[in-house]
Design a protein around this ligand. Structure first.
Ligand code: PLP
Length: 324
C-alpha cells in the first residue's frame, strides 16, 4: 500500500517543516493529571465536546479490545459481516455473542427486533458499515436505540466519507447508552499513527485508568495530530482529498450499478456481491494487479474496492464492464 504521507509533496513539506516539534522522547503532559493531556484537549476542542466525555486510544482497535473485554457485559451482539476484530476479540475472551447476518441496514433492524436484549448487553455496529459502506440513517439508529436495551457502540471509522462528519455525535451526548468510536486512520490516511478516540457519557468503570498512563498513543502521534488539527490549510487539504475520493466512488457506483449487485456506499470503498464463487473469481481476476482490491468468501462472496484516484476508478470500470 503506497503511503500518502510519503508521496504527496504538500504532506512531505509539512512533515519537514514540523519535524522538530514532532520528535520528542518525553511524555508531553503531567501523568498525575491525565485530563491535562494536550491531545485530549486538542481533540475535545476540535469536535466541540467536553473532555470529560472523550477518551484517547491507539486507534479504534484498542477500544474494541478494551470495551469488549470489560466484564460488565452479558451478551455481545454483532452484525455479520463486520470488522473481524469485534468477533475475534469476543471469541478470544469467551464472551457470549450473537451474530446477526444482514446484507443491508434494514435487514439488521428487522432482525434485532426479534431478540430479547438486556441492559447488560453490548451491541457493536459500524456506520458506515465495514462490510458495505452503507450508512445507517439517523432514523434507523434511533430505532436501534429504542429497540436495544443495552449499550450500543457505534464505530464511525468511515464517517468522513459520508458527507456528514458529525455523524451520531449529538445522539451520543444525549444518550448514556451510546459509545461513539472515531479514528484518524481513514480520515487522514494515517492508520500507522494509531490514533483514535471515543465519546461517551457512559460511566465505564475505570476506563480512563485502563486507557491512559502509560499512554497508548506515542508522543510523535500525539504531537502530529495536535499540529494537524490546528492547521486549517491541512484540514482543508484532507477535506478536499476525501471529496475527490467520494466523487470517484460515486462515478464507479453509477457506472457499475446496473450490471452488478453493488451496494451504495458512504465510505471510501465499494462492495460488490456475487452469487457464486465462479462469478467472484472471474471479477477478481479481471481486477488482477490493482492495489486496493480485497476478496472475501465467507458465508457470502464479495469484493471490496478501495477507491483512490480517477485513473484507478476508470480501470476498475473498464475491466468490470467487459465481464458478461
Ligand atoms: C469499521 C472499522 N473499525 C475500526 C477499524 C480499526 O481502526 P483503527 O485503525 O482506528 O484501529 C477499522 C479498520 O479497518 C474498521 O474498518
Amino acid at each position: 500500500m503506497p503511503s500518502v504521507w510519503k508521496e504527496n509533496k504538500e504532506l512531505k513539506k509539512w512533515i519537514k517543516k514540523n519535524y522538530k516539534y514532532l520528535i520528542d522522547g518525553n511524555f508531553n503532559y503531567d501523568l498525575s493529571n491525565v485530563m491535562s493531556d494536550p491531545l485530549l484537549v486538542s481533540i475535545s476542542n476540535y469536535i466541540g465536546v467536553n473532555k470529560n466525555y472523550v477518551y484517547i486510544g491507539s486507534g479504534i482497535s484498542q477500544f474494541i479490545s478494551v470495551i469488549i473485554n470489560l466484564n460488565c457485559w452479558d451478551t455481545i451482539y454483532l452484525p455479520d459481516p463486520e470488522f473481524g476484530l469485534y468477533s475475534k476479540t469476543a471469541e478470544a475472551n469467551n464472551k457470549k455473542r450473537v451474530k446477526i447476518f444482514c446484507l443491508y441496514c434494514d435487514d439488521f433492524i428487522n432482525k434485532i427486533k426479534k431478540y430479547d436484549t438486556k441492559p447488560n448487553d453490548l451491541l457493536c455496529i459500524s456506520s458506515p458499515r465495514w462490510f458495505s459502506g452503507e450508512m445507517f440513517t439517523k432514523e434507523q439508529i434511533l430505532e436501534i436505540v429504542s429497540i436495544f436495551k443495552g449499550t450500543i457502540m457505534i464505530d464511525e471509522a468511515y464517517v468522513d466519507y459520508s458527507n456528514d462528519e458529525i455523524g451520531m455525535l449529538e445522539l451520543c451526548l444525549k444518550n448514556e447508552n451510546v459509545i461513539l468510536a472515531r479514528s484518524f486512520s481513514k480520515k487522514f490516511y494515517a492508520s500507522g499513527l494509531r490514533t483514535g478516540y471515543i465519546v461517551t457519557k457512559k460511566n465505564l468503570t475505570n476506563l480512563r485508568g485502563v486507557l491512559i498512563p502509560p499512554y497508548s498513543v506515542t508522543t510523535y502521534s500525539s504531537n502530529f495530530f495536535i499540529k494537524l488539527l490546528s492547521d486549517i490549510d491541512m484540514l482543508e487539504l484532507f477535506y478536499n482529498t476525501r471529496q475527490y475520493v467520494i466523487k470517484n466512488r460515486n462515478i464507479v457506483y453509477d457506472m457499475l450499478k446496473d450490471q452488478f449487485n453493488i451496494i451504495k456506499s458512504s465510505s471510501n470503498f465499494l462492495t460488490i456481491i456475487f452469487s457464486s464463487n465462479n462469478e467472484l473469481e472471474e471479477a477478481y481476476s479481471a481486477l488482477k494487479g490493482l492495489s486496493g482490491i480485497q476478496i472475501f468468501k465467507e458465508n457470502i462472496f464479495y469484493i471490496k474496492i478501495w477507491i483512490s484516484d480517477e485513473k484507478f476508478s476508470q480501470i476498475v470500470i473498464n475491466r468490470l464492464k467487459e465481464l458478461k
